[in-house]
Every structure is written in C-alpha cells, then in structure tokens.
Design a protein around this ligand. Structure first.
Ligand code: ADP
Ligand code: MG
Length: 553
C-alpha cells in the first residue's frame, strides 16, 4: 500500500468530478467504497434519521497512520493512484481523493483510525467548520468515520432532501447491493439502532441473499460463474459472477436486479435489461427477477468518469458486455428445473412489496377494510395493506413472549388425558423431559409408549390442546434447540386466539391493532415469518395508470 499523497495539478484537472456529496446515500457510498478499498472483511454501517442526523461506517481494513489520516481529509490526496497514467488501470473503487474533503466540507467529519504500522497508537481527526484537529485515540486496526450535521451550513441543500424514510431507503438499496456483490465481506446495516440486515461474510452469495432477503429468496437461487467459451462466440475479456433467483421469486419492480461492474455497484439500465433478458420467457409480463450480477471487464474498457458519484458507467463496447450478461444468466438458469416453478411466477407476490425495516406504522391512517381481512391504510406516499390476522398474531406473540418468563405456566388437565405415542415420539419425549417440563408439560408414564398428560402450557390462562404435544415433539425431533422449541410453542399459542379472516373490525379497533403492531419489535412479519404489511407506493400507481410525466389531472 502506498502512502496518501497529493495529486499533481495536471492529474487533478483531468479527473475532476462534479459534486460528490449530494445526499446521505452518497456519503455512505464513498465511505463504504473506502472501507472496501482498505481490504475490510467487516463493515458496519449505522445511520440515524436517514443519515440526516448521523452516518457512521466502521471497518476492519488496513487503517491509516497518523500522517496519512491528516493528509487524507485534504483535497486531491489519495493513496490509490500516482498520476494520470494510472487512471486507466485502477482496480480500487476510489482514486480521485475527493470524498473525505467533500464530506468534511458538507458536514462534521470525525475519523478514528489505526494502521498496523503505528503500533499501539491510533489517531482521531476531526474536521469541523473547516478546522482540522487531531489527537491520539484507541482503536483496533481499521477505520471509523462518523458524519454529523450534514448540510447544516447549506440549508438549501438540506431542504432538497427527502424525508428520513426515503433517504434511508436509498442507503439501504446501496448497502444491499454491496452486501450481495461482496458476500466475502460481513455487512451490517442499522437504522436508528435497529438492525436492518446483516450478512455473514462467508463468501457464499446464497448466505448474503439470506441475510438481505429471506429463506424463500435464498432457497430459490443459484450462483453464476460465467466466462466466455473458447469457441470465439463471445468476448473473452468479459466474465460474469453473482447469484440469480429462480423465476418463482419475482418482484414488480426491477430494483431487485443489482448490478456491478468490476465490483463497483452501479446503476445501469442496459445491464439490468440484460439480466432480465437472460430469463427469457420464464418471467411473467411485468415481473422482474431478484439477482445480483458483477461483470468483470478490463478497466480500460470502462469509463467510470461519466458520473461524478460513480453510480453510472459507460462501456467501450457495451453490446459485448450485455450479451455476456444475458448468456451468463441464461446458462445459470438452464441447469435448473424451472418448468414447475415458472408457473408460480404469477402469484400475487409483489406489485405489493413486503415492508421491511424502519417502522412506518406510527403515522398510519386506516381508511378501510377489504373482505373483513385486509386493512387498507394511508401512510405518506404509500398505500399499506395489512393482513389483520397476521398482524394480530404478531402482536399476540410478542405480548406472550413478554408475559411468560423462562418457565411457561402450566394448567392441570382433570382428568389427565392418556396419549399413545409412536416409538420415535416416545424417544424424543424421553430425551427432552426437562425441556418439556419447562415448556409447561407434565407427563407421567402409563406403560409402554402410552403417557398420561397431566398438565399443559397455559400462558395467560389459555390452554394448549394436548395434541400440540405431538407438534412439540416433532419440532424437537428435527433437532430444534430448546429456545427454538419454546418460540415455536409461543408461536402456536399466539395463533389460536388471533383474529381470523372474516372478523369484522371497526376503524377504531383496526387503528388500535395497527398501533399495537407498530409497537412490536418486528412488526413486519407474523411469528411464522409471513409478511404482515404490504405497501404500494403512489409512484407505482402513477406508472400503472400511465400518469407518467404528463400531468393528466
Ligand atoms: P480516494 O478514495 O479517492 O483515494 P478519499 O477522499 O475517499 O479518496 O480517501 C482519501 C484516502 O484516505 C484514500 O486514498 C485512503 O488512502 C484513505 N482512506 C480513506 N478511507 C479509508 C479507510 N476506511 N481505510 C483506510 N484508508 C482510508
Ligand atoms: Mg474514496
């Protein structure tokens, strides 16, 4: 690694970019890219109020010495290129030396870092109102950058930003893209102290998908490792890697097609289109896949300079690149048995997208119900559809979990019920007697594999049917941990008293339910993992009704 140094004026002239720091997501982009350039294995991004209040990115990369850290916040200083001749072959995400000074100009920058070369000593550099100061600071090798008071000195710029929710969704999209693109790096993103996603950094794209999405998405995916065949039919300089989901998993918008070029996350409509084209007619009309694709091309064939914030790229020979992407996706999917999954692509999965993360339920107005099952609500620019049964289950589950201590209460059954178990069930029971007791079951031997069930779990006075003992045994048989078995039990219990489809709710009751849901720790999924809230934003409606740019009134 070379040291941080100032670029010569000629180089600066040639690479000068436009405005780098336009919004919180741009700050996050620059910081995350710096962390990746520093060879980090773990990157933790913590954001407050959509980044308007605070952005903190911490990494375990190579860090900086005191001298480098002091230079790095100055204009046109970088460790990544020496001069203009290097620009065509840069492999790092950054090279202009403009990010840290631009951020420091737009906000308060507080950087703490330590390089191995600096022994035990770390450095903290704070830039505030154009003043720079530094002091020794303790830290493991790596770098933490904290950005506060963004655009405090440029109120017009600050006003031009969207609300915290929208700004955060941009940040989240960006971090998602990098997390999927770099499954070898552990990413953790939190918003207002709530973890939004975390990936394990195992290097397996499926694990990253699981961290970012869910089991359903990760379970229906296949990895892509494509390089051009030797027969001259394709461009040998282009290769493609990543992960694609089967057509059983689709979305109503193309935003889940994540693209990257030479490991830089970029927005590129042509690449996205090429991914979609690779699915051929496996996708239903108007549906888009979930995929993350990284195209490798020699750096000299990419012009990263077309966009100051580097979000977009231009290719020297774009057609060869998109053709490669299309082939890569088609090849990855053709190995899979898709005939069966293809027709599932039509299910109502999401022109309504499940809501995740950030609580939006505080400012929700219930505007009606549909089929006595779905609550229709207005929230900012979104129309929310809440499954009242799933919502009620979530509320019940969290109340139950809070109400029962480590031991689940029992209710005696009088007279005790006898229950004949299979050999397997009986073996499981014998192996888990203590656990079952802590779950609230009291079971006595009755000879052979027959038992007397004397007491069953009864949190909050609600009696669990004896047959549920079988379910508990099933769960234990498939190797669930005691904690999981306990959670399972609570989930089942939460389900029984929950509202079923067809229970009519008054608007007042519905509002209460939504408020209670909003107070839950994990409001956006029922205890069984199904979504509780779907959202449809106004923009989608506007597009669907072809209101587009023209105001039809
Ligand atoms: P660039 O990334 O274009 O070089 P920046 O202003 O983003 O410019 O960063 C300036 C320099 O500071 C980098 O070249 C790098 O040497 C150093 N640096 C910035 N962030 C980190 C980090 N997270 N870990 C280690 N070094 C960093
Ligand atoms: Mg940089």
């Amino acid at each position: 690694m070379t040291r941080v140094h100032e670029l010569d004026p000629e180089t600066v002239d040639r690479i000068a970019a436009g405005e780098v720091v336009t919004r919180p997501a741009a700050v996050v982009t620059e910081l995350v890219e710096n962390s990746l350039d520093a060879g980090s294995e773990s990157i933790t991004i913590a954001v407050e109020r959509g980044g308007l209040d605070r952005i903190r990115v911490a990494d375990d990369g190579h860090g900086m010495t005191e001298a480098d850290a002091l230079l790095a916040v100055e204009r046109h200083t970088t460790s990544k290129i020496d001069g203009i001749d290097d620009v065509g072959r840069v492999r790092t995400l950054g090279f202009r030396g403009e990010a840290l000074p631009s951020i420091a100009e737009a906000a308060r920058l507080d950087l703490t870092t330590k390089a191995v070369a600096d022994g035990a000593r770390g450095t903290r550099v704070v830039v505030e109102n154009g003043e720079k100061r530094s002091e020794p600071a303790g830290r493991d090798v790596g770098t933490t950058v904290e950005v506060t008071d963004l655009f405090a000195r440029t109120p017009a710029r600050r006003k031009s930003l969207a609300g915290p929710k929208t700004e955060f969704s941009r940040i989240s999209a960006l971090c998602t893209r990098y997390a999927l693109l770099r499954p070898d790096v552990r990413f953790r993103l939190s918003h207002d102290d709530r973890e939004t996603f975390a990936t394990p950094g195992t290097g397996d794209p499926t694990d990253a998908l699981l961290g970012v999405y869910d089991r359903q998405v990760a379970g229906a995916s296949t990895t892509v490792e494509w390089s051009a065949p030797d027969d001259g039919s394709a461009d040998r300089e282009v290769s493609v890697s990543g992960v694609v989901c089967y057509p059983s998993v689709t979305r109503a918008r193309p935003t889940h097609v994540h693209t990257a070029v030479n490991s830089r996350a970029v927005e590129n409509g042509d690449l996205r289109q090429a991914v979609v084209a690779g699915y051929g007619d496996l996708l239903a009309g108007g549906r888009y896949p979930v995929a993350a694709i990284d195209v490798s091309v020699p750096p000299e064939r990419v012009d990263a300079n077309v966009h100051p914030a580097k979000e977009r790229v231009a290719f020297v020979d774009g057609e060869a690149v998109t053709a490669a992407v299309e082939s890569a996706v088609r090849d990855a999917l053709s190995g899979e048995d898709l005939a069966r999954t293809a027709d599932l692509a039509f299910d109502l999965d999401s022109s309504l997208t499940p809501v995740e993360g950030d609580s939006t339920l505080a400012e929700v107005t219930v505007i009606g119900t549909f089929r006595d099952l779905y609550l229709l609500c207005e929230a900012d620019d979104d129309l929310l559809v809440i499954d009242q049964h799933a919502a009620h289950e979530r509320v019940n589950f969290e109340r139950l979990r809070a109400a029962v201590g480590d031991e689940v209460e029992s209710a005696a059954i009088d007279p005790p019920e006898t229950l004949r178990l299979s050999a397997d069930e009986s073996a499981t029971l014998e192996a888990n007697r203590d656990l079952l007791a802590s779950l609230g079951y009291r079971v006595a031997d009755f000879g052979g594999t027959t038992y007397r069930v004397e007491a069953v779990p009864a949190p909050l006075g609600r009696v669990e049917p004896t047959a549920a003992l079988r379910d508990a045994l099933d769960a234990l048989a498939v190797g669930e941990t005691p904690e999981d078995a306990r959670e399972d039990l609570l989930r089942d219990l939460a389900c029984h008293p929950s509202l079923k489809a067809g229970d009519a709710l008054s608007v007042a009751d519905a509002t209460r339910l939504v408020n209670r849901l909003g107070a839950c720790e994990q409001p956006y999924a029922c205890p069984h993992g199904r979504p509780t809230v779907l959202s449809l934003d106004e923009a989608t409606l506007a597009t669907a009704f072809e209101r587009g740019n023209t105001r039809l009134g």
